[in-house]
Design a protein around this ligand. Structure first.
Ligand SMILES: *Cc1c(COP(=O)(O)O)cnc(C)c1O
Length: 449
């Protein structure tokens, strides 16, 4: 009988992160200042430490992971690669299904993989406070977790609708010592502006980012940390794919297709980019980003320069976007409700090196429940998107008789998302297709550069 779980030794935690820029056919588009002019290093230096700015623009293939960061990674890494034998049997597919389980981190998702190095480089730069935003609470809890390890005070602007829907994520952040504010709040100009327009605003990631950036930019002891989208975040997340490659090598297998849920692109980039390096060397492997039909950034958005936040305070990034004023429908995968996407993922998609598909909300919960009833783990609603796509592919293999090797990133567990499962089980969830008119309208609000 072959092993269910493929483990690595702690000594096999990668010593370097992989920078996909080194293997991209074209260099990344430059980041621009909010007015469209070339960005100055000072503008970024107001909210990020120099080491992270250097990683943001690095073209080096390998970036060394500091020992202190690897030491903290040992709290939950290496994460297991698991063969989904029971799901395979339930589906009756000839496909082999593997998943990398990132829910083993204390915060329950992949996000601490970047929270640790971000807090580390900020502490090295003498920073004592970090502000950030959080949607579903996964990122805020990850930064809260590591802040106290590095003696950094953490303040989290949490999207109001999640603040109300997910009280235990808030308790988690407070348990780890962070301060949590519902966004939009009256503590920043950005928040006050939004509240003046709509006192009942449910908030959005874009608005919360505006608030967190405004506070960080106005205080010299405070920096800002972002949990996804930026190049350095995807760089840190490559520990996932690098471990997975070693694990596949151990069992003499290799994926034909890799799936990951895609919000800002960090867990997708983290799991897929190390395999893209093989693709650059001629290996056949398909990399598929899975998005919600209600927030179809890659599949239906515009590839254009846009702001990362709602107000227009951040630099402009060339990315797929639904428009920075996008206020997403209240779907239950909070981590996938962002108007933009990672510039690296966007460019690779634009150049045809990776694929993207959308799946509707109800079908994702259906897949998550099938997974929970076969493999046991209750997945995060975000992860259910990848599971839906994998099950669909495994069923196609059943029809064609192809024994493909399918691999997905189980980006987190759903223990704090049971309210969403409740709503699904009670028949209260709906599918929502983002309207074409709204996508067309966004085009008129993109910054002119
Ligand atoms: C945040 C989150 C995501 C989406 O964010 P990415 O940056 O696209 O990875 C997916 N899954 C889980 C569990 C998350 O917490």
């Amino acid at each position: 009988m072959s092993d269910k779980k493929i483990y690595l030794e702690e000594s096999e935690i990668p010593t370097h992160w992989y920078n996909v820029v080194a293997d991209m056919p074209n260099p990344p588009y430059p980041v621009l200042a909010p007015d469209g002019s070339p960005i100055t290093p000072d503008a970024l230096g107001a909210i990020f430490p120099e080491a992270l700015i250097m990683q943001e623009v690095s073209r080096e293939r390998w970036v060394e992971i500091p020992d202190e960061v690897r030491e903290i990674y040992k709290l939950w890494r290496p994460s297991p690669l698991i063969r989904a034998t029971r799901l395979e049997a339930a589906l009756g597919t000839p496909a082999k299904i593997y998943y990398k389980y990132e829910g083993v981190s204390p915060a329950g998702s992949h996000k601490p993989n970047t929270a640790v190095p971000q807090a580390y480089y900020n502490r090295e730069a003498g920073i004592r406070r970090l502000t950030t935003e959080t949607g579903a609470g996964q990122w805020g809890s990850s930064l809260a977790l590591v802040g106290q390890m590095f003696g950094i005070e953490v303040k989290v602007y949490m999207v109001k609708v999640s603040y109300d829907q997910k009280p235990f994520r808030r308790s988690m952040m407070q348990t780890w010592g962070a301060t949590v504010i519902a966004s939009p709040s009256d503590q920043t100009e950005a928040g006050r502006k939004i509240l003046a327009e709509d006192a009942n605003s449910p908030g959005s990631l874009g608005i919360a980012i505006s608030e967190a950036v405004e506070e960080a930019a106005s205080r010299s002891d405070t920096n800002y940390a972002l949990g996804s989208v930026l190049n350095h975040v995807l760089l840190h997340q490559t520990v996932i794919g690098l471990e997975a490659k070693q694990q596949f090598a151990k069992v003499g297998d290799y994926p034909d297709m890799i799936f990951a849920p895609c919000g800002g692109g960090s867990n997708f980039g983290g799991v897929a980019f190390p395999f893209l390096a093989d693709k650059a060397n001629g290996k056949e492997v398909r990399l598929v980003a899975v998005e919600p039909a209600s927030c179809p950034t890659l599949t239906r958005g515009h590839f254009a320069y846009d702001f990362g936040d709602a107000i227009g305070m951040t630099p402009l990034m060339m990315m797929y976007t639904l428009g920075h004023e996008f206020v997403p429908p209240g779907i239950h995968a909070g981590g996938l409700r962002y108007h933009g996407d990672s510039p690296l993922v966007s460019q690779l998609y634009n150049e045809g090196l990776i694929e993207a598909i959308t799946v509707p909300q109800l079908a994702t919960f259906d897949a998550g429940i099938q997974f929970a009833r076969s493999e046991g783990i209750i997945p995060a609603p975000e992860s259910n998107h990848a599971i839906r796509a994998v099950i669909d592919e495994a069923l196609r293999c059943k029809e064609s008789g192809e024994p493909k090797t399918l691999f997905f990133n189980l980006s987190g567990h759903g223990h704090f998302d049971m309210g969403s499962y409740d709503a699904y089980l009670a028949g209260k969830l709906e599918d929502f297709d983002y309207p074409a008119e709204a996508i067309a309208a966004a085009l008129h609000h993109l910054p002119k550069v």
